[in-house]
Each structure stands twice: as structure tokens, then as C-alpha cells.
Design a binder for this molecule. Structure first.
Ligand SMILES: O=C(O)CCC(=O)C(=O)O
Length: 287
């Protein structure tokens, strides 16, 4: 196959899910509008400018990485809730799990959660990153049910020359014995504002930047809610930043209870505790 399929925001969720399950990745053009992109640059650009290059072979020595993204901007709702991204992540990962409780046959549907977030700015001179699967974090075997659906929002143009993410379409179907090879990888070519969505089992990597400008991407990973978050969102994102987001995003940040009962506080949904904080801050503001 010749690289990933491109779709537009009006493509049906059914079609996007079918493409993702077949190829492991898809490019959504016009994933966000220019107002959202400008607001993200205004909030996040200074953090990138202040960041040093990394110092290891895997994360790149000509690459700037900035984490804790939900603490640095409150403009991420249209990104993480983009209907094709969040919709596909929910459809692919939130599959009911049948079980017995006593003699009752019941089904439990897992939640999903924001796991890792990062701005990745690949500068000229940065070499290619090793091809890898991000769901390797989950110490799982392949192929198997998807435990991560990831996004790379192009904050600048992505090209074959400037380090556009390399992706091996279909590699989520491979077992753990098959090694990835660069000859099988396609560079992601997309204008700023587009989004690359891919499944955690797909081999991919940051590309080599042989251009004269940096390439900037914002990545967000959505994982199954019964797994540990890659980036500890409870510590990375202060309470006031969590409260700046609507309920759906707060829950995605981890303030949710994954059925049948992971993540509770005093045996209650942790969201209720957070919402109580919100009411208190509302009362304080009013007084
Ligand atoms: O920057 C990219 O295009 C991908 C980076 C990546 O896969 C990683 O750092 O794990």
C-alpha cells in the first residue's frame, strides 16, 4: 500500500474506524481550525522556545520535548474531543467485557483516559528515531485488542524532509517476532492543522529532519482506563487546570471510575470529588 489514507472531518466515524482497524493509521485533514491552532501556538510556543534539546539517542539530541501539555494550555478540548479521534478511540477500545458476578452474566465497558501528552519539535540535523510501538509500554503481546489510540496534531507542516512521522501501515497486525524495517515505513505528509491518528500497535517513529526548519507536533495518547497512565496526569496537571476543562475532558484526564471499580475514592466516582472542588471554588468566587 502507498502510505496512509487521508480523510476530511466530514468522513463518517464508521469509515474512519474501518480504515484504522485495517491500516492502523489515518490522516485527518483540517483536524482543527486555524483559531484553535493559533491559540495553541500562543500558549505553547514559549514553552518550546525555552526548552533545551534532549540528550539521548531515543528522544533525540536535536529535538525539543515539552510534556504536561494540559497544564500549559486550556485550549485542548477541540483537539482531544475531535469527533473522529475521540469517537474512534471510544469505538475501538470501549468494547464490553462479559463476566459473571455470582450467577449473573454482566458486561463491563472500560473507560479510556489521556495517557501521555507531548509537544515534539524536531530540528534540522535530527536523525530518524528507532521504529517502535507505543503500546510496548503496556508490556503486552501482538496482535491483540487495541490498548492505545494516539494522535499527532501537526502544529507545523509535516513532510518527508522535515521529519514527518514515519509509519508502517498494517504493522499492528504483526506478531512480536517480526522486526520493523525503515524500507516499509512511509513519512507523514500533512499541512499544519491536520491530525495523524494511529493505533498503539503500529510501528512508527519521528523522521529525520533534512530541511532547514523545525517540525512541530502535539501528541496525545488515549489508553484503556484500566492501565496505568504513561504520564502521571494527577501530578502533571494541577487541579485548577483540570477544573478549567469540561466534564468529558476531566474524566479523560483520569478523574473517572473504570468499571467494575478502578480508581474510586471513598468508594465513589473520583469525578464527584473533583466536581465538589469546583462547586467550592464557584462559591468562593461568588462570596
Ligand atoms: O515525533 C514523531 O513524529 C513521533 C515521535 C515518537 O514516536 C516518540 O517519541 O515516541
Amino acid at each position: 500500500m502507498a502510505g496512509l489514507t487521508r480523510v476530511t472531518p466530514d468522513t463518517s466515524l464508521d469509515e474512519v474506524v474501518e480504515i484504522l482497524e485495517r491500516d492502523g493509521g489515518v490522516i485527518v485533514e483540517d483536524f482543527v481550525d486555524s483559531t484553535t491552532l493559533d491559540a495553541l501556538w500562543a500558549d505553547l510556543g514559549p514553552s518550546l522556545d525555552a526548552q533545551d534539546y534532549g540528550d539521548d539517542w531515543y528522544n533525540g539530541t536535536k529535538t525539543r520535548r515539552v510534556s504536561s501539555v494540559f497544564a500549559r494550555t486550556h485550549q485542548l478540548t477541540p483537539v482531544v474531543c475531535q469527533p473522529l479521534y475521540l469517537g474512534a478511540a471510544r469505538r475501538i477500545m470501549q468494547k464490553p467485557i462479559p463476566m459473571y458476578i455470582g450467577k449473573n452474566r454482566v458486561e463491563m465497558t472500560p473507560t479510556i483516559q489521556i495517557s501521555g501528552t507531548q509537544l515534539i519539535q524536531i530540528h534540522p540535523g535530527q536523525g530518524k528515531q528507532p521504529l517502535h510501538r507505543d503500546d510496548a509500554l503496556h508490556l503486552r503481546s501482538h496482535p491483540g485488542p487495541t490498548s492505545r489510540v494516539q494522535l499527532m496534531l501537526a502544529m507545523s507542516e509535516f513532510t518527508a524532509e522535515n521529519g514527518g512521522t514515519l509509519v508502517i501501515p498494517g504493522s499492528h497486525h504483526w506478531d512480536d517476532e517480526r522486526a520493523p524495517s525503515t524500507s516499509e515505513a512511509y513519512p507523514t505528509d500533512m499541512p499544519a492543522g491536520s491530525g495523524l491518528i494511529w493505533l498503539g500497535g503500529v510501528y512508527h517513529s519521528g523522521g529525520k529532519n533534512v530541511s532547514d526548519k523545525p517540525r512541530t507536533g502535539l501528541t496525545i495518547a488515549l489508553d484503556l482506563g484500566n492501565l496505568r497512565q504513561e504520564e502521571n496526569q494527577y501530578l502533571a496537571v494541577p487541579r485548577e487546570s483540570v477544573l478549567a476543562y469540561p466534564e468529558e475532558v476531566r474524566r479523560l484526564l483520569g478523574y473517572d471510575r473504570c468499571p467494575p471499580g478502578l480508581g474510586w475514592v471513598e468508594m465513589e466516582d473520583p469525578y464527584l470529588l473533583l466536581a465538589a472542588d469546583d462547586d467550592e471554588s464557584g462559591e468562593q468566587l461568588a462570596s
